[in-house]
Design a protein around this ligand. Structure first.
Ligand code: URA
Length: 265
């Protein structure tokens, strides 16, 4: 490789690490402007879109977000097992995050667990290893679970709102969330837990439609899995607790609420 080619490759790698995932266009795009599609609301689809939805295709990375979300919904619906869903995700090209991630981060824990935790998105450690919550915040999550007598191998199933790491750990855009939402919704439906715990604001907003994690945490809500209504609760993200250790007292309250509900099952 010539020196220029080496520098260009290094520059592209640096852009990817910093979160620059799209080439510039003639006009600026505000990727934060459009709100993510609210959880599980019926969508009126034009006829063409409905036809596409019946025939799932793996779409290219530059696919418009609406088309990618439709394709995601069709693929997710077709998957009738967790393994099939993981395979469908692995073949899905509609989310640009896939291009910069090292690994698909699907899930960890026991798929037969009564409680399912859903975080935001993989970080660097999760991306490298291919499992959710294995870095510093994952270790804190494990200690929090242990405090109420749970361990991830036996008692919980853990996944993320997004299965690919946003470059530089940036917050996922509403479009990325909308594109990946059908997959995590289907994952919850297939696991069919009794209780859903949303870890952090983006997960609570994406799945429960609530904003403001400090205001919405710690209270029971309902979540429609597609099969039945289950109890759902939002709590603070361990990454936030690592930065704000005093807030652990709030997370501890949420954990006690969760423990009481699990004991009552
Ligand atoms: N933060 C998350 O939300 N999920 C992970 O898997 C790791 C860190």
């Amino acid at each position: 490789m010539s020196l220029d080619a080496v520098s260009a490759a290094e520059l592209i790698a640096w852009y990817a690490e910093m979160g620059v995932t799209e080439a510039l266009d003639e006009t600026p795009h505000d990727h934060f402007a459009a709100a993510p599609e609210p959880a599980r609301q019926p969508v009126a689809r034009p006829q063409v879109a409905a036809q596409q939805a019946r025939r799932p295709v793996a779409v290219a990375a530059a696919t418009p977000p609406d088309e990618a979300a439709l394709s995601a919904r069709a693929l997710a619906r077709e998957a009738t097992t967790l393994d099939a869903l993981k395979t469908a995700l692995a073949s899905f090209e509609g989310c640009p995050l896939k291009a910069t991630a090292k690994n698909l981060v699907f899930a960890d824990g026991n798929p037969a667990a009564k409680v399912m935790f859903v975080g935001e998105a993989p970080g660097a450690d999760e991306d490298r290893i291919g499992l959710p919550f294995v870095g510093r915040s994952g270790q804190l999550l494990d200690r929090m679970l242990a405090a109420i007598g749970l361990n991830r191998q036996e008692h919980v199933y853990i996944a993320n709102l997004l299965p690919w790491r946003p470059p530089g750990n940036r917050t996922p855009t509403p479009q990325e969330v909308a594109i990946c939402l059908p997959f995590i919704q289907r994952q919850i439906e297939l696991v069919d837990p009794d209780i859903l715990v949303c870890i952090g604001g983006p997960s609570a907003q994406g799945l429960l439609g609530v904003s403001g994690i400090l205001a919405s945490r710690g209270r029971w809500m309902e979540y429609d899995t597609g099969r039945r209504m289950i109890r759902a609760i939002a709590t603070l993200h361990p990454a936030y607790l690592l930065r704000q250790p005093l807030q652990k007292r709030l997370a501890w309250r949420d954990l006690r609420v969760l423990k009481a509900a699990l004991d009552a099952l």
